[in-house]
Design a protein around this ligand. Structure first.
Ligand code: PMP
Length: 407
């Protein structure tokens, strides 16, 4: 196993782990803990540097604006976007995808068109497209997940992309299967047919290198809270020429150019898509989180977390009556499983009583989990502060739970 001992020192930078005992927090796909660097930066900004952005003519507002725009520049570097103006701050991945469906989708999808997604999408990358397709009398098509290999059926993906859907939206890393989709290949196939691509990077942006130029995608979305940053902020990346053509979705202050009683003109992106007072303190926190992750190295984080997930998967596979979801190899950093005869909620309650935090349920991917015959399952998801000992604790507690519930 490829564990990196220096990672265990990082744990101390998280107040929760340093001060509150030895909770095994294995629910990182839902949200991640916050390091001191992020907490302190947000507190310092809120204490001494805070003001509203963009409209102020006083020093504090100018400095707050500079900090907010510095976060945008940092985000552009973080995903290798061509320019900071390609970065739109939203409240998270869900908001970013809804923005796309309601702005780009409203303008570009017509009756009879097809919007293509995959069967492994989180509801956030499914429902906005489903609703758009309903509104427009368009078709929502799905690239199937092979029930045996539990990876995308690439042959079907090629066929469906060849039919030239208006748009193809898919997750970089699946939050249920832990599979890593071949983003570059999928985007190249789509580009050849003139199909616009949207990558849901909610489970990858904080966990592995994400480079929009190398991926070749048109849009990409992610959430700060899943990468050591605060809640309430996320990012929509878009090719600037595409953003420039998109109409606003939400209206209000900050996004207008000239307003008259009988009409208005709107700002250029990204301001066009940031109506109202934005999440300023959160942007500063996200900036600190991206710096923190890059000081460790996303390649290192990916290796560490995937090694823990693989160790967990190996251990779980040895337990009789337990079924693991996801691909046989190439798993990212999570393991979803079900234990025969034990409801996932009961199992996760039991693990909680042992100080181990897991998620149980459908993981916001109901159609997929129904297709795989497991409407409810348990998920252990790992991150940079998790340890080999926590994997052992998890395995031991699952074994104990089985004895407990079956006796
Ligand atoms: N997509 C994926 C793959 C996710 O895992 C999640 C969060 N579980 C989301 C989208 C939605 O993210 P958020 O709730 O931060 O908007």
């Amino acid at each position: 196993m490829n564990f990196n001992p220096t990672f265990y020192q990082l744990r101390d930078q998280f107040p929760l782990f340093r001060e509150k005992g030895d909770i095994a927090y294995l629910d990182n796909a839902a949200s991640t803990q916050k390091p001191e660097a992020v907490i302190q930066r947000m507190a310092e900004f809120a204490r001494y540097e805070y003001a509203n952005v963009h409209r102020g003519l006083h020093d504090l507002s100018e400095r707050a604006t500079a900090a907010y725009e510095a976060a945008r520049k940092c985000a552009a570097r973080y995903i290798a976007a061509e320019q900071p103006e390609s970065i739109v701050f939203t409240s998270g991945t869900t908001a970013a995808i809804n923005l796309l469906a309601n702005s780009w989708g409203e303008q570009n999808v017509q009756e009879g068109d097809t919007v293509l997604i995959t069967e492994l999408e989180h509801h956030s990358n499914l429902l906005p497209w489903m609703q758009l397709a309903r509104r427009k009398k368009a078709t929502l098509a799905y690239v199937p997940v092979d029930p045996v290999s539990q990876t995308l059926n690439m042959e079907r993906a090629r066929e469906l992309i060849k039919k030239k859907p208006r748009l193809f939206a898919f997750a970089h890393v699946s939050n249920t299967l832990g599979s890593i989709q071949p983003v570059e290949e999928l985007c190249a196939l789509a580009r050849k047919e003139g199909v616009i691509t949207v990558v849901d990077a909610a489970q990858s942006a904080g966990h592995m290198p994400v480079n929009v130029s190398a991926m070749g995608c048109d849009f990409l979305a992610f959430s700060s809270h899943k990468m050591c940053g605060p809640t309430g902020i996320g990012i929509l990346y878009g090719h600037y020429e595409l953003l420039l053509k998109m109409p606003p979705w939400q209206y209000g202050g900050e996004m207008v150019d000239r307003v008259q009683f009988d009409g208005a003109t709107f700002s250029d992106p990204p301001a066009r898509f940031e109506a109202g007072t934005p999440p300023i303190i959160e942007a500063v926190g996200l900036h600190a989180a991206m710096d923190f992750l890059d000081s460790i190295g996303r390649e290192n984080i990916a290796q560490h977390s995937a090694a823990l997930a693989e160790e967990a998967a190996e251990g779980l596979r040895k337990i009789k009556g337990l079924r693991i979801f996801g691909p046989a190899s190439g798993r990212a950093d999570l393991v979803t499983f079900e234990v025969e005869g034990i409801h996932a909620h009961d199992l996760v309650f039991f693990l909680n009583s042992h100080g181990i935090a897991l998620r149980a349920g459908h993981h916001c991917a109901q159609p997929l989990m129904r297709k795989l015959g497991a409407p409810s399952s348990s998920r252990a998801s790992f991150y940079l502060y998790n340890t080999h000992q926590e994997v052992e604790r998890l395995l031991e507690a699952v074994r104990e739970a089985i004895t407990f519930f079956r006796s």
